[in-house]
Design a protein around this ligand. Structure first.
Ligand code: ZN
Length: 160
């Protein structure tokens, strides 16, 4: 089990119930600590549901039940505005500079497992910021997305 901390981000919408249909993966570029500072600053208007440090430590920033502000102008499976229906899970660091660590992947799976079962998720509801905001965002590095996607398929199966 990886360490898990909680810092409430004001950058969310608690008034609309979150649909939790799947997950948009991100990387932060900046460090874990810098990410927490940024996301708890109300002037910044950005947040993830959770961010994962290179050592696997997770920080919950917005409860799953609330809409976090991680994807901005985006669309997935024919629907605009991913924040309303997709959770945002982010890896601290820059996947163009360094690959995801084994601890980050293991911690992400620890976060995903209970949610996967509870929400009845399927692999085709997993995506990343680059794919939901093409030309505007570049996270994750496609090679790291491919590695993560393959690990998800191994763990959770390829069925849709
Ligand atoms: Zn992103």
């Amino acid at each position: 089990m990886f360490a898990e901390i909680s810092r409430n981000s004001p950058n969310c919408d608690p008034t609309v119930p979150h649909e939790r249909l799947g997950v948009v993966f991100h990387h932060t570029v900046i460090t874990f600590e810098e990410t927490i500072a940024l996301m708890t600053d109300p002037a910044r208007k950005v947040s993830y549901h959770c961010v994962i440090a290179p050592d696997g430590t997770r920080c919950t920033l917005v409860p799953d039940e609330h809409v976090a502000w991680h994807s901005g102008v985006s669309s997935f499976r024919g629907r605009a505005g991913c924040n309303a229906f997709m959770l945002g899970l982010s890896f601290a660091g820059d996947t163009y500079v360094a690959p995801l660590t084994d601890a980050q992947l293991a911690s992400a799976f620890e976060w995903l497992e209970p949610r996967w079962a509870h929400h009845g998720w399927t692999l085709d509801w997993m995506t990343d910021h680059r794919q939901v905001a093409p030309g505007r965002k570049d996270d994750l590095n496609p090679a790291e997305w491919a590695r993560l996607h393959a690990a998800l398929a191994t763990r959770f199966g390829k069925t849709s």
